[in-house]
Design a protein around this ligand. Structure first.
Ligand SMILES: NC(=O)c1ccc[n+]([C@@H]2O[C@H](COP(=O)([O-])OP(=O)(O)OC[C@H]3O[C@@H](n4cnc5c(N)ncnc54)[C@H](OP(=O)(O)O)[C@@H]3O)[C@@H](O)[C@H]2O)c1
Length: 259
């Protein structure tokens, strides 16, 4: 079954066993900070080899060092600017994963970019091109290039990080909301088309309000320590990436109840 929207209120109770992601290779986009960093650390902590994608190498190196400090499987750094990414770049990414790591069991599409909120008609075509490229077209292109690897995996999970602004678009979120709404459509279309492939699933994940650099950019006046922290959501990220969510596909899952 797929195509519904549900709130995963049991996320805080999901507690997988130590190395439940052992032997899996997981690509996390935007792994240098915020939710992507925490998810990469959580996957590594549970035994996965994590491909740390991002734009700024220095940030990825810090996360790499944090994973090493956990004493877990080493990670791999893969810098790529999603605003400029081409189909060819994505093919190179997929073949690098194949040659260096031999498999791919999951992708957390987490990287995102947005400008400050503004009225739709004051946004520019250049801004829309960047918003749609980074937030919607790049996840499509990476998933497409990695499909042979995902199909070869026994239990592959693709997670698209969406947003309440995509699920319930409102004023001033413009091209960012349109891109995130597009990701929800992507999830539903792709899950339908992968119906015949029981080893392959795709879901949308809505984090809700979380204290990250992105949140600080869009809501500068908030008191950060009163917000939910990325750590608080990691059980959902683990659940959706690991074997316990094998039967779930085409869902849009909210980590938190709407405020
Ligand atoms: N925080 C929230 O309250 C919230 C709420 C709803 C949804 N979300 C979603 O959750 C996800 C993570 O959010 P976050 O708050 O953790 O975001 P964040 O702190 O802004 O991190 C975004 C990541 O995306 C990467 N990125 C941005 N532009 C890129 C580009 N052109 N090429 C490659 N990588 C790029 C950044 O890499 P560099 O640092 O290397 O540039 C960064 O690591 C996003 O999809 C966001 O929309 C967050």
């Amino acid at each position: 079954m797929h195509g519904t929207f549900w709130f995963m209120n049991t996320y805080s109770e999901y507690s997988p066993s130590g190395d439940f992601l052992k032997d899996r290779v997981i690509l996390v986009t935007g792994a240098g900070q915020g939710l992507g960093r925490l998810a990469a650390l959580a996957y590594a902590q549970h035994g996965a080899v994590v491909i740390l994608h991002g734009r700024k190498v220095a940030k990825l190196e810090k996360v790499y060092d944090e994973i090493e400090a956990l004493g877990k499987e080493s990670a791999v750094i893969y810098p790529l600017d999603l605003e400029k990414v081409t189909e060819e770049d994505c093919s190179v990414l997929a073949s690098s994963i194949m040659h260096q790591l031999g498999r791919l069991d999951g992708i957390l599409h987490n990287a995102a970019f947005l400008y400050g909120p503004s009225p739709l008609m004051s946004q520019t075509v250049d801004q829309w091109q960047a918003l749609l490229k980074i937030n919607l077209i790049a996840p499509f292109a990476i998933t497409k290039a990695c499909l042979p690897l995902l199909k070869a995996a026994p239990d592959a999970s693709v997670i698209m990080t969406t947003s309440t602004h995509g699920h319930n678009p409102t004023a001033y979120w413009g091209g960012f909301a349109v891109a995130k709404a597009g990701l929800e459509a992507f999830v539903k279309i792709q899950a339908d088309e992968w119906n015949e492939l029981p080893g392959l699933r795709i879901n949308g994940l809505i984090p809700g309000i979380v204290n990250t650099p992105q949140r600080a950019k869009t809501h500068p006046g908030e008191v950060k320590r009163t917000l939910p922290q990325p750590e608080d959501l990691m059980s959902v990220y683990l659940f959706l990436m690991g074997p316990d969510s094998k039967a779930i596909t085409g869902e849009i899952i909210a980590c938190q109840a709407a405020p």
